[in-house]
Design a protein around this ligand. Structure first.
Ligand code: RB5
Length: 145
């Protein structure tokens, strides 16, 4: 299950991504701004990331204007490793090496075609484990210190 949410600045791109998820038969839960109305990205981050922490979603996608504010908010939540990606290389390696569980995209930065390739790469790449597990555990220790 994928949880996806956006503020108003990410609304259009969220609609493109949910249409793509629907076409691919990938189940999703949608949150945040539902009709383009103004809303606050930290609250959307909280709503979406709670689904990851509770185990109701496996991965999440968050979209604001730049992807940055919503990633900052998401990364304050225990258990969340959110990554802003603007290309498929970072989307691939943040799954392989960082075990990122939340993909953040800037709706005012990244065009639809590239965004959909980023989403596809993120969802289809698995964590490599091994030496990277130790480093992810160190991130978790920082979170608990
Ligand atoms: C909203 O105008 C904008 O500030 C927000 O979407 C985001 O880009 C913040 O980081």
């Amino acid at each position: 299950m994928i949880a996806i949410g956006s503020d108003h600045a990410g609304y259009q791109l969220k609609k493109e991504i949910t249409a793509w998820l629907y076409d691919k038969n990938i189940p999703y839960l949608e949150f945040g701004c539902m009709e383009g109305e103004s809303c606050d990205y930290p609250l959307v981050a909280k709503e979406v990331c709670e689904r990851i922490v509770s185990g109701n979603a496996d991965l999440a996608i968050l979209i604001c204007g730049t992807g940055i504010g919503i990633s900052m908010a998401a990364n304050k939540i225990k258990g969340i490793r959110a990554a802003v990606c603007t290309d498929t290389y970072t989307a691939k390696y943040t799954r392989l090496h960082n075990d990122a569980n939340v993909l953040c995209i800037g709706g005012r930065v990244t065009g639809t075609g590239v965004a959909l390739e980023i989403v596809e790469t993120f969802l289809n790449t698995s964590f490599e484990g091994g030496r990277h597990q130790r480093r992810v555990d160190q991130i978790t220790s920082l979170e608990n210190s």
